[in-house]
Design a protein around this ligand. Structure first.
Ligand code: NAD
Length: 265
């Protein structure tokens, strides 16, 4: 119960990695606000499962690219739980196209949700961490932020330029913010998942042939599961990682190890 009675907000908690993080946080003793955009039923179901197991959780709708909606989401979380100790800025989407066909609309939407959405969520969390009383009995840090990045914060990705740009942006937003708020004892880190079995990348694992091709990029020889990422998030949110800030934890089965060079290049 390393997150006992801490209050957490997970954006995009209705699906995939965010759903697994919400469940793992609850199992670790946290109260969890589960944000969704369109997946109301899924978010409500996760919240109700957590409550049925004796935990505290509720689902909350917000488009993370909407400033007012993010402010309202954080205010509601604080109203319900009394405070905010942990933010997981996880919401993200892809709108893929060859660069020459990439529309301004799809460029903007991906940057708005993946990067601006994390900026707005992080800013709201930092403001709340600084406004509330410290609770050293709950957490050594005054507050913790985990940004959900991607291996594509460092691996270029043709055909997904908007997505890779958003994740590269998250890398330096996270590090710059971590530098700025470390004196306030707010820890800010990222998780960079490799290929995790969720709806966002279904095309990459749903057929045997696609999975075989994907596995050539993963030295560890298996696709990741949302729980692999959730366990890392629990650690990064807990006092176990109290001296860790401004870093990206790659949870990728070795995808960033240049597997093409494994056999003498
Ligand atoms: P997913 O599609 O299952 O989940 C994405 C979540 O983001 C959903 O809950 C969705 O409702 C939410 N979302 C989308 N637009 C939103 C908006 N405007 N406002 C609020 N929420 C919104 O995919 P996932 O794989 O669980 O992705 C979660 C995060 O992990 C994303 O940031 C993604 O880029 C990142 N990631 C995933 C993988 C992977 O292999 N699955 C790899 C690297 C990074």
């Amino acid at each position: 119960m390393v997150l006992k009675v801490q209050s957490a907000l997970v954006t995009g908690g209705s699906s995939g990695i965010g759903a697994a993080v919400s469940q793992a946080f609850a199992a670790a003793g946290a109260k969890v606000a589960i944000n969704y955009h369109s997946g109301r039923e899924a978010a409500e179901a996760i919240a109700s499962d957590i409550r049925a197991s004796g935990g505290e959780a509720f689902a909350i709708k917000a488009d993370v690219s909407d400033e007012g909606a993010v402010e309202q989401m954080i205010a509601t979380t604080v109203e319900r739980f009394g405070r905010l100790d942990i933010l997981v800025a996880n919401s993200g989407l892809q709108k893929d196209a060859p660069f020459r066909d990439l529309s301004l609309e799809d460029w903007r939407r991906v940057i708005d949700v993946n990067l601006t959405g994390q900026f707005l969520s992080c800013r709201g969390a930092v403001r709340q961490f600084l406004a509330q009383d410290e609770r050293p009995d709950l957490s050594k840090a005054r507050g913790k932020i985990i940004c959900m990045s991607s291996v594509h914060e460092v691996i270029p990705w043709a055909g997904h330029v908007n997505y890779a740009a958003s994740k590269g942006g998250i890398m330096l937003m996270m590090k710059s913010l971590a530098q700025e708020v470390a004196p306030d004892r707010i820890r800010v880190n990222s998780i960079a998942p490799g290929a995790i079995r969720t709806p966002i990348n279904k095309d990459a694992w749903e057929t045997e042939e696609a999975l075989r091709r994907l596995l050539t990029l993963i030295p560890y020889g298996r696709i990741g599961e949302p729980e692999d990422v959730a366990r890392a998030a629990v650690w990064l949110a807990s006092d176990e990682s109290d001296y860790v800030t401004g870093t990206t934890l790659f949870v990728d089965g070795g995808m960033t190890l240049y597997p093409g060079f494994a056999d003498n290049g």
